[in-house]
Design a protein around this ligand. Structure first.
Ligand SMILES: [Zn+2]
Length: 394
């Protein structure tokens, strides 16, 4: 048995416990949690500050870890995508090495599960051997070209087969974004999904995305021409971009909309009316890296939205750390209570990936991982800037 205590413990599923203790068995499963007095005779490992459950990174592209630092900041999404697509011919051994290193880094940073976008099979071995649980989103796109839909499906069926689903890891087929997936590919993906699945999609990350779906005008036309596509098989929908996937995807599956910097109050309401299983993944550092923008979090709070947090990939971030994402949100929109941010990073993320049977909260019977943040607790009036996350129970 191991006993961890801190100035305050955040179970997430219940109110914070000042001077709390969490007890783990040798497998890391929580056997009890409560006030320190109840554990008086035990050998307790106390850390200054707070204790949280392990974090859930709901949006990552682990396979792109070798591209860290290769693309400049502040270019906007369209130029960013052009640059990422242009990278080729990296040594395969280096790609695999970087995947392994970043999986290990995420574990050190207190991350216990990852929703990971995969276009390739590069991450399969690391995921199989990792202490982190993975939900692999095999991501499909046909560049809005009906002539490419069948070949796209065939290509990604192979990738899907190569990724493992078992008692630890899961997988699903997902669309890349509203602007890269034809209606026939959206339909295919929707038909493949079941109510048990989570479907992730990049959403409303740049203003031209809304313009393109609504009227088929704007900067995305030049983007397609850049890749040699003069015709784009899109019927403009006369509405914002989020309405396009909603017209096809299965509202009975969980849907994880990712980024949402251009999502309006009306979009949030429409999506949550469409399905009661909508989750919103925010990746603040990636949004600042690419577009120098952030979502308006107040609108999501006003609508009781189920927020989760992701890092996106190392093409558009400085590190894969959920604690760094929390600090960034707190830095720029500090009106959001700490407790809300912790819920986004832990329990909401675990629910979005259906890993909440084991992860996301400090509850008896769960094995969520124990994360310490050393800080001056100051009776709840604490500052998280400048702090670091440390996994205690490894
Ligand atoms: Zn992404």
């Amino acid at each position: 048995m191991r006993y961890y205590s801190a100035d305050c413990i955040y179970p997430i599923s219940q109110a914070p416990i000042k001077n709390g203790v969490v007890a783990l068995d040798d497998q890391g499963v929580i056997t009890s949690i409560g006030k320190k007095e109840a554990f008086a005779s035990q050998n307790i490992h106390h850390t200054k500050g707070i204790i949280l459950p392990g974090f859930i990174n709901t949006h990552c592209h682990l396979e792109l870890s070798h591209l860290k630092g290769k693309v400049g900041t502040g270019t906007g999404l369209i130029d960013f995508l052009k640059k990422v697509v242009a990278f080729r011919d990296t040594d395969p051994a280096f790609i695999l090495q970087r995947i392994k290193e970043e999986d290990a880094y995420m574990l050190q940073e207190g991350i216990v599960a990852v929703g990971d976008i995969s276009n390739s099979i590069d991450t399969t071995l690391t995921k199989k051997n990792s202490a982190i649980r993975y939900y692999t989103f095999v991501e499909m796109f046909d560049f809005m070209q009906s002539s490419m839909t069948q070949a796209t499906i065939q290509q990604y069926e192979e990738v899907f087969k190569a990724h493992e689903a078992n008692e630890k890891n899961n997988k699903s087929k997902v669309p890349h974004a509203p602007y890269t997936v034809t209606s026939s590919l959206m339909k295919f993906i929707a038909e493949q999904s079941t109510p048990a699945d989570t479907i992730s999609i990049h959403n409303q990350e740049t203003p031209p995305e809304n313009e393109f779906l609504e009227t088929k005008t704007g900067a995305f036309n030049a983007f397609f021409k850049h890749f040699g596509f003069n015709n784009v098989d899109l019927e403009p929908i006369g509405n914002s971009a989020i309405h396009y996937p909603m017209a096809y995807l299965n509202p009975k599956s969980k849907t994880l909309f990712v980024h949402n910097t251009q999502t309006t109050k009306e979009d949030i309401e429409a999506a949550q009316q469409w399905s009661d299983k909508v989750y919103w993944a925010t990746c603040p550092n990636a949004n600042l890296y690419i577009e120098n923008a952030l979502p308006n979090y107040q609108w999501f709070l006003d609508n009781n939205s189920k927020m989760t947090i992701g890092t996106d990939s190392l093409t558009s971030n400085w590190q894969l750390s959920i604690w760094e994402e929390i600090k960034t949100i707190n830095k720029f929109q500090s009106y959001i209570p700490h407790q809300d941010l912790f819920k986004w990073a832990c329990l909401n993320g675990a629910e979005a990936l259906s890993f909440d049977d084991q992860l996301g909260s400090l509850e008896v019977g769960k094995k969520p991982g124990i994360v310490s943040i050393e800080l001056d607790y100051n009776d709840g009036d604490f500052n998280i800037q400048g702090t670091q996350a440390k996994r205690l129970d490894l």
